[in-house]
Design a protein around this ligand. Structure first.
Ligand SMILES: [Zn+2]
Length: 59
């Protein structure tokens, strides 16, 4: 688990950077941004549609 190797502050900064990068993406169909939710395991990303999810992951 990542928290074992990094202090919480470092982990927080990394995930915050990832979150802002992910949330910059915008669905061309719906105009929605992905939603990043933090969990105990890390984070999950919610997309408005499957096409947008695939396009974002492919980049
Ligand atoms: Zn969409």
């Amino acid at each position: 688990m990542i928290a074992n190797f990094l202090c919480w502050h470092t982990f927080y900064n990394i995930t915050r950077n990832i979150k802002s990068k992910i949330e910059m993406a915008k669905c061309s169909v719906h105009g929605e941004h992905p939603k990043v939710t933090f969990t105990q395991q890390g984070f999950t990303i919610s997309y408005c549609c499957e096409k947008f999810r695939k396009n974002t992951i492919a980049k």
